[in-house]
Design a protein around this ligand. Structure first.
Ligand SMILES: Cc1cc2nc3c(=O)[nH]c(=O)nc-3n(C[C@H](O)[C@H](O)[C@H](O)COP(=O)(O)O)c2cc1C
Length: 226
């Protein structure tokens, strides 16, 4: 492990540790969605895959429930996932055409690596509600996305109505309290778009004041104007 990471809990970073923060900033800025249709071989090999998946384990996790699972869908199982996607479309649209069903099916065949992210809303302490469990899963997913970016792979999250379908729930043997959150795909990016513009801090932060929460970051003790 990086020496700077070992020292991290002790104090604010020393000046010589600024590169770690800079590297992390650059990594976060570089992460972008590369849709599965643009993710091609080669994907990570077996050792790389294991190391990559391990990055999920440091996600914060209230009461250490580990309320989420990453279900790998290997190449040999993709046609079954494709069938579930097609069945899901037929479930909600009995008039779907053969072309539409084929398109739905083929979405499962893209990207060298495909995981389904599943959260369990019930296992362990019931005081830890679904929101907390999904948040923990989101943190794990972000670890995976950042590690994929650090390794030079393209990555994407995808969702859609099929995730709630009876066909998909049956394929993954989901219990009544389990929810499929999204698919996570990884591979070599065949093309990339420019990274999308990120919002300014003022767009994502509000500050609580005597007058209630106001837009933006206000660090002065008594902001008098919103
Ligand atoms: C839970 C989740 C599900 C998503 N599902 C889809 C999807 O089905 N299709 C898609 O094009 N993008 C999907 N996205 C990706 C977002 O569209 C993307 O993150 C957003 O446009 C910002 O772009 P960036 O990831 O390149 O920063 C999903 C993102 C999240 C967090």
């Amino acid at each position: 492990m990086n020496a700077a990471l070992h020292r991290f809990p002790l104090a604010a970073p020393a000046p010589d540790e600024a590169p770690l923060a800079d590297a992390l900033r650059a990594l976060m800025d570089a992460r972008q969605t590369v849709l599965p249709k643009r993710l091609v071989e080669p994907g990570p090999g077996a050792d790389e895959l294991r190391e990559w998946l391990a990055s999920a384990t440091s996600a914060p996790d209230h009461d250490r429930l580990r309320p989420w699972r990453l279900v790998l869908v290997p190449a040999a199982q993709r046609p079954r996932l494709g069938q579930a996607f097609a069945d899901a479309l037929r479930e909600r649209d009995p008039a779907a055409t053969a072309d539409q069903l084929e398109q739905a099916h083929d979405k499962a065949l893209r990207a060298p690596v495909l995981l389904l992210v599943v959260v369990n809303g019930a296992a362990g302490d019931p005081e830890i509600d679904l929101n907390e469990r999904i948040l923990s899963a989101g943190c794990a997913v972000q670890n995976l996305l950042l590690m994929a970016t650090a390794r030079g792979w393209g990555s994407a999250l995808t969702s859609g109505k099929a995730l709630k379908s009876a066909a998909l729930r049956a394929l993954f043997a989901l219990g009544p309290q389990e929810h499929a959150l999204c698919c996570l795909s990884v591979g070599t990016a065949s093309t990339r778009k420019p990274t999308p513009p990120r919002p300014g801090v003022h767009e994502i932060v509000r500050t609580l004041t005597d007058a209630g929460p106001i837009d933006g970051l206000h660090t002065e003790p008594n902001p008098d104007t919103p």
